[in-house]
Design a protein. Structure first.
Length: 193
């Protein structure tokens, strides 16, 4: 019996979703294809009917993960339109929150892979670069700042989360997040057009 229409795309989506969770949590090099396929509820043998190799999966997962993060941040901004803070302030508060720090499997992939991506193949680095640029454009536009300030803003956000996740002392981690929120909001105020 043939599979229903759209089955292959649905399976591919499950694989990418599983990969995003795994890469966000453990990085690229520490995760095997069998682990990803198991997370998607599939066997390893079916992988190559969807992707040429792991590099292709990583590149597509980077795109998916940034789209997912942008959608999440846009929802947060939209939910806070009637609040006392601006959309970008709500986004900064969420991005630099203990919740985002602790829920790595659903968080932004940029801090998760930032330390590793420099050692990955060039095609993956290019995909990561394009997705970072897309994320910077989103944040820059929401903050109403010029691109060079957007570079600094996103670098500070990603770096703060990466450091907050890396340290072993939770109070120190919380302090890093709090300091990041304060400083980054000041950057936005100073750089607004």
């Amino acid at each position: 019996m043939p599979y229903p229409k759209g089955h292959k795309l649905k399976v591919r989506s499950h694989i990418i979703t599983s990969a995003a969770k795994a890469f966000r949590t453990h990085g690229v090099r520490n995760i095997s294809l069998p682990h990803i396929m198991k997370g998607a509820g599939l066997t390893h043998g079916g992988f190559y009917s969807h992707f040429a190799n792991k590099d292709q999966l990583v590149m597509e997962t980077c795109h998916f993960a940034i789209s997912d993060t942008i959608d999440t941040l846009q929802r947060i901004a939209d939910q806070n339109k009637n609040e006392d803070q601006t959309s970008i302030e709500a986004v900064i508060d969420f991005y630099l929150s203990p919740l985002h720090r602790d829920q790595m499997e659903a968080g932004c992939i940029l801090p998760a892979l930032s330390g590793e991506v420099a050692q990955l193949p060039e095609n993956i680095r290019q995909a990561y670069t394009q997705e970072l640029q897309r994320f910077i454009a989103f944040i820059t536009n929401m903050a109403g700042i010029d691109p060079s300030n957007g570079y600094a803003l996103v670098s500070s956000m990603v770096g703060t989360v990466a450091l907050a996740r890396a340290v072993s002392d939770e109070k120190f981690s919380d302090a890093l997040l709090q300091a990041g929120r304060v400083q980054i909001k000041q950057m936005v105020s100073a750089g607004s057009r």
